[in-house]
Design a protein around this ligand. Structure first.
Ligand code: F6P
Length: 744
């Protein structure tokens, strides 16, 4: 209300100001021309009243003529007068007549401007100031005709204009003040009336004008209440609810997930094999969905012991010890991996999709491998399905082409593709030489999901710019050859509760353990950052913010340690290798600057950490800083919240993550602004337990409700709705066909 008032008053004041300016311009021009016309008239009258005397002495008696001119100039504003013959010869002039007006020149000007007129006037700017010159013809009684020139002082006009301006300014202020006060009062009264009316309308009988509005509000409230009741009856989104959504809505028994990264990696360890859980947001989100739904996960077998652990069909049952779904491994040659994974996916698409100032590299041989590997995985998916209308979830930028390839083999499949990175604007997508192929490939899906509406809009704009299709903006869908692809935002999340937490110590124990493991003081304050070592994560910016914290808040020197868990990632790519070196050098230089005794401000732990360890660090931390330069969602932020069942700990979150839209109670920062980020670090370290609790409680409520089961459930429900509509429209066309057959 206040904002609206301020906006309204600003518009009013600017409007009135403009009006006053225009009024001032019009008024000063009009008054000037009035005064000039007035002076011309007065000059003529003055000459006319002295006409007889002028005629009597014209050309005959110069003394008397001068006297007559002096009589005319008695008016205080007339500076001087002069009499000139028509030939341009000066007959007489008064003392004050300005020398600048020469008879001959003035007569030439008069003949040029007003050749047939007996009088002429003009204004001029002399060294003494502005003047008005009026020239009137007179006839000498004896001798030749001529003119009388009268010069008026115009400086009074300037004074009057200044007075008008002063008056207008004062009038403007008074008027504005009056208008503002009246408007405020009127708005207050109207607002009170409106709210009273509305309140009465919502609780009792609405007035006629308000009836349609109240109807809409009641319908909306009823719908929301209904949704809440349904959610409450269903007990929120859980693995069970997701499973029943799958069977109820899609009559599906199982799903097939296609994702490059496998959820379990078997690695050789000494004589045995150990199972690794990769550091991947995609795996964090999808693995619980797979446990809930069962089915097959088709992924790249990248572990050194992967081949040794599969059956003859390249399958292994997972999770180890709690087997509930199948992992089907696809093998890639070194060459394929270099071209498809390191090359096109991670040197091309990854930097293309992230605004993190790393130039994408596109090589045609990489793209050829990308096409080949997409086909290989698409074939593996088709080999894993047991019906002709399976539900396939295609994941991420590694498989932009696969949906179209799967659709070609399984036209009735429900293909839901989720793009885990941001989708950039059309202009940026346009720099990829194979943009049309990528977009067309994705349009093989039934549903294409992104984290945010902005990414959906960017995708639809890219479709519009680069491929033939019809865009149904109202339904957020793309139609190609009568087949629809829905484009929807599905902000991804994590499982709730996180199953790893049962193996993780409490916050107090975790803190004690971490302090001991890292050799920190028993009262050390701890910050954590958990990432793959990737240039999109802003790790350098994060460490620089810690540096600034210690610079600007000396009280934290020797007390605060930032622990960065950095999982090596894509290490065959030069950019990642140099990032690794830069991060190491930066951590060393900050440590060199602030270390004292055994204290080191940065603990850089560059290795893979299993989820149980990661969650222990989340629990041990006073704060967690997620400083991504650009991130589709970022699940580290949500994991930190999930870990903190003690409702303590502060989350600092980059404004450039999708998560910043969900977790609004975090301290939202611009990671490029080290000063602001260091202030936020200090704020977090000083924050009272009560405020931490309020913020954490609210974020936990959000993540628990908007968990990954809901994310998957919403996509499945949308896909089911699309499938139902397609079935109905298919029935209608076969019916229509039947009728035609009968009538023929
Ligand atoms: O798009 C995001 C994402 O799929 C994350 O889930 C994951 O962290 C990363 O990209 C892929 O990492 P990797 O190359 O190790 O599979």
């Amino acid at each position: 209300m206040m904002n609206r008032m301020v906006r309204f008053l600003s518009v009013l004041l600017v409007g009135l100001g403009l009006l006053a300016l225009v009024a001032y311009a019009v008024l000063s021009r009009t008054t000037r021309s009035w005064f000039e016309a007035d002076l011309t008239l007065r000059s003529r009258l003055a000459v006319a009243s002295a006409r007889e005397s002028l005629a009597a002495h014209w050309d005959t008696n110069q003394t008397k003529l001068s006297q007559t001119l002096a009589d005319i100039t008695r008016d205080e504003r007339i500076m001087g007068a002069a009499a000139c013959k028509a030939t341009g010869e000066l007959l007489a002039s008064t003392d004050g007549f300005p020398g600048e007006f020469d008879c001959r020149k003035v007569l030439d000007l008069m003949r040029r401007d007003a050749p047939d007129s007996s009088a002429w006037s003009t204004t001029a700017e002399l060294s003494s100031g502005p003047v008005h010159l009026s020239v009137t013809q007179v006839e000498g009684a004896v001798g030749s005709p001529g003119v009388v020139m009268l010069v008026h002082d115009l400086s009074f006009l300037g004074r009057r204009v200044a007075t008008t301006r002063r008056f207008l300014v004062v009038a403007f202020f008074v008027l504005s003040l009056g208008a503002a006060v009246v408007t405020l009062l009127a708005a207050r009264v109207a607002w009170r009336g409106w709210t009273l009316d509305l309140r009465r309308a919502l609780t009792g009988a609405p007035s006629r004008e308000l009836q349609p509005l109240v109807r809409d509000v009641r319908a909306l409230a009823e719908r929301l209440a209904q949704e809440r009741r349904t959610e409450a009856q269903a007990g929120g989104w859980s693995p069970q609810r997701l499973r029943s959504t799958l069977t109820e809505h899609l009559q599906g028994e199982r799903i097939v997930i296609l994702a490059n990264r496998e959820p379990y990696i078997h690695e050789k360890a000494g004589d045995g094999v150990r199972v690794l859980h990769p550091a991947s947001g995609l795996v964090t989100a999808l693995e619980p969905v797979m446990r809930a739904c069962s089915g097959v996960w088709v992924g790249h077998g990248s572990g050194s012991a992967d081949r040794a652990t599969v059956d003859a069909s390249d399958r292994v049952r997972v999770p180890p010890g709690e087997e509930s779904y199948l992992l089907r491994r696809v093998w890639l040659s070194e060459e394929e991996e270099r071209g498809y994974y390191y090359g096109f996916s991670n040197e091309g698409l990854w930097p293309l999709c992230h605004v993190a100032h790393t130039r994408p590299i596109f090589r045609s041989e990489d793209f050829e491998h990308y096409v080949g590997v997409n086909r290989k995985f698409a074939e593996a998916v088709c080999a894993e399905v047991d019906v002709d209308d399976p539900i396939v979830l295609v994941q991420d930028y590694h498989f932009a082409l696969a949906p179209k390839m799967i659709r070609a083999k399984l036209p009735r499949a429900t293909i839901i593709t989720f793009w885990h990175t941001p989708w950039p604007n059309a202009e940026r997508i346009g720099i990829c030489p194979w943009r049309e192929e990528l977009i067309s490939g994705l349009l093989g899906s039934s549903v294409v999901g992104f984290h945010t509406q902005q990414h959906c809009n960017n995708f639809i704009d890219s479709v519009d710019a680069f491929v033939e299709s019809r865009i149904d903006r109202e339904a957020n869908a793309v139609v190609q050859r009568a087949r629809r692809t829905l484009v929807r935002p599905y902000p991804i999340s994590i499982e709730w509760p996180v199953h790893w937490l049962s193996q993780v110590p409490t916050a107090a124990d975790a803190r004690t353990q971490v302090r001991q493991e890292l050799g920190l003081a028993p009262d050390a304050l701890i910050g954590v950052g958990i990432d793959r070592l990737d240039y999109t994560k802003g790790i350098e910016e994060r460490l620089s913010a810690v540096d600034q914290l210690l610079e600007r808040y000396p009280e934290y020197r020797g007390k605060f340690t930032f622990v960065q868990l950095a999982a090596p990632s894509r290490t065959k790519i030069a950019n990642y290798q140099s990032l690794n070196e830069r991060v190491e050098a930066l951590a060393a230089s900050i440590n060199g600057k602030w270390a004292s005794g055994s204290y080191q401000p940065i603990a850089l732990l560059r290795s893979h950490h299993e989820p149980v360890t990661v969650f222990k660090y989340y629990r041990a931390a006073n704060l967690c800083y997620v400083s991504s330069l650009h991130d589709g969602m970022n699940l580290v932020a949500k994991e930190f919240v999930a870990a903190r069942d003690d409702e303590q700990g502060v989350l600092l979150l980059s404004q450039f993550t999708g998560a910043a839209r969900d977790l609004t109670e975090a301290l939202i920062v611009n990671p490029y602004d080290f000063r602001q980020a260091s202030d936020a670090l200090a704020t977090a370290l000083k924050m009272s337990g009560e405020e931490q609790r309020d913020r954490m409680r609210s974020m936990r409520r959000f993540v628990s409700e908007f968990n990954v089961y809901r994310w998957a459930g919403r996509m499945l429900v949308d896909a089911a709705e699309l499938r139902r509509k397609e079935r109905l429209s298919g029935r209608w066309s076969s019916g229509a066909l039947g009728l035609r057959t009968v009538s023929a």
